[in-house]
Design a protein around this ligand. Sequence first.
Ligand code: APR
Length: 237
Amino acid sequence: MGNNKPKLVVLSGAGISAESGLGTFRDKGGLWDQYDINEVATPEAWEKNPALVLDFYNQRRKLVLEAVPNDAHFALVELEKSFDVHIVTQNIDDLHERAGSTNILHLHGEILKAQCSIDESEVVKLNGPDIKLGDVSKKGYQLRPHVVWFGEAVPKMFEAEKIVNDADIFIVIGTSLNVYPAANLIYACKKTCKKYLVDLNELSTVKFKNLIHLRGNASEKVPELAQKLIKESNITI
Ligand code: APR
């Protein structure tokens, strides 16, 4: 409980940024329909063809820079007035930051940052849209996107579990919960935690009871849920 406000934790995925124009991964026509994960989002892909990997992320980075937060992102900022809000996002865009959220953990990295290709602890903020072959770290090694690829460890997973552990309210927004270990976070909250799911579709992966599913677009359903929670919190406090 930050300054005795109830703790509200969000787990967001690509669906929250869909209405900002950023494609999701597994919807029809999504990124993984257009690209082969093994060509652009694994350490082996990087070894085999770094230029192709850099190009894939350069293209996505340009779209992120053109995108703007939508009402779902802004509603989460609104919640900070009544709740101790923590955002755990699988997204590598900076839309939560640009909307004004103050407590954000990126589980899968950040597309606007680069890291040394042999020392992941050396992370640099990009000041342009591209990482090119020949852009090197302080150590003199090629820079790569600061993104967690398939097959790589998720360094912030333990920190994320601790954030979810003592949530009073847990809201899952726009993720198919297909990717592990991130998807395990839904089992990290305490029994008494109130759980909500905002998603366009029914999720076959979610098998836990007493979950309230608000089915629809995040930009409509998240503001609706935020208003409801703020009203309820004003009554109880
Ligand atoms: N409003 C709400 N939900 C939506 C919307 C929308 N406008 N559009 C799509 N969705 C939902 C879909 O129904 C789906 O459940 O968002 C989810 C998107 O799922 P994925 O495309 O699998 O994206 P995500 O779950 O974030 O992927 C997780 O996989 O590729 C890796 O690292 C990548 O972080 C990503 C991870």
